[in-house]
Design a protein around this ligand. Structure first.
Ligand SMILES: Nc1ncnc2c1ncn2[C@@H]1O[C@H](COP(=O)(O)OP(=O)(O)OP(=O)(O)O)[C@@H](O)[C@H]1O
Ligand SMILES: [Mg+2]
Length: 291
């Protein structure tokens, strides 16, 4: 078990994380927060690339900083900016990294073949990565993070730049990988987290706002999300009255999805809240809606 105890982190005067407490057991955890919320900062502390100003991070009760190489042996990490050599093939690149990680040649050979298969790159194992798609590179990134068969796998924004097909593939791969390890991934893309994470961790103003299942987090807005159709000239008044989640033109009307604490009009349809609704509502002062 990985435990974050009362961790705080600042960059100079900028306090990014304040008194964070989290327990990670086996399964997939999604760190979901807007840009700049401190996801990478937390991840860098979990990977010992940054040190907490206050608090500690323990693995099975031992401070990860005191574990040193022993901790790195059980850690797999895909950084947000993953550096690779364009002129290398995945097979060559993975052999190179195994050597750097001090993995025995005989062991690594077998492992690399297994991983290339796992991430679906066995047919391009000897092709230069120069021509790879974002999704293929990201699979190389996951393979390199898995070289030491880590007990803790940490992926910083692994779904950025994936097309829908690659996303499905990634989801299935993660489900496979998470059976016997802790997987922690960060994203600011709401739709990615829905079917991937067992638990979602939302950070706001440097603190953990929620750590719960998707279902429980969505329940926060239970009975508060509605849809209705209104005339165009009513839209701006409606927005003043209610928090608008989405708006879609439909025939001569505007279909609007919004938040209200009460059902004030029987033409409103009560709908199930989605994680996207929660995200927009929770970060309403920080998130600029992307169309
Ligand atoms: N080395 C640094 N020095 C100073 N400020 C930093 C440094 N690294 C990050 N920050 C600031 O700390 C805050 C949190 O950054 P962080 O990279 O952890 O956010 P994030 O949630 O990973 O964002 P993104 O979604 O853009 O990756 C931001 O305001 C960022 O500008
Ligand atoms: Mg980041």
């Amino acid at each position: 078990m990985l435990t974050v105890n009362n961790v705080s982190k600042s960059y100079g005067k900028l306090s990014v994380l304040k008194d964070i407490n989290i327990e990670f057991k086996n399964g997939v955890y999604g760190l979901l927060a807007p840009n700049g919320a401190g996801k990478t900062t937390l991840i860098k502390m979990l990977t010992t690339l940054l040190f907490p100003d206050e608090g500690e991070i323990l693995y099975d009760g031992i401070d990860i900083l005191a574990m040193g190489d022993e901790y790195r042996d059980i850690l797999g990490y895909l950084p947000q900016e993953f550096g690779y050599y364009k002129n290398y093939s995945p097979r060559r690149f993975l052999h190179y990294l195994s050597a750097l990680k001090g993995i025995e040649r005989k062991k690594s050979k077998e492992k690399i073949e297994e991983l290339l298969k796992l991430v679906g790159l066995e047919n391009v194992g000897d092709k230069k990565m120069r021509k790879f798609s974002g999704g293929m590179i990201q699979r190389v990134g996951i393979a390199q993070a898995m070289l030491n068969n880590p007990k803790i796998l940490i992926l910083d924004e692994p779904t950025a730049g994936l097309d829908p097909k690659e996303r499905v593939r990634f989801r299935n791969l993660l489900a496979e990988l998470s059976r016997e390890r802790i997987v922690i991934l960060s994203t600011h893309i709401v739709s990615d987290i829905e079917s991937i994470a067992n638990e979602i961790i939302m950070i706001k103003e440097g603190r953990i706002l929620y750590k719960d299942t998707l279902k429980n987090i969505c329940n926060i807005l239970d009975g508060m999300v509605y849809e209705t159709e209104i005339d165009f000239d009513q839209v701006s008044n409606f927005r003043k009255e209610y928090f608008s989640l989405s708006e879609k033109q439909k025939d001569e009307k505007m279909k609007i999805r919004f938040i209200s604490e009460e059902n004030l009009d029987n033409s409103w349809d009560s709908v199930h809240p989605s994680i996207e609704d929660v995200f927009l509502y929770v970060y309403k002062d920080e998130v600029i809606k992307e169309e």
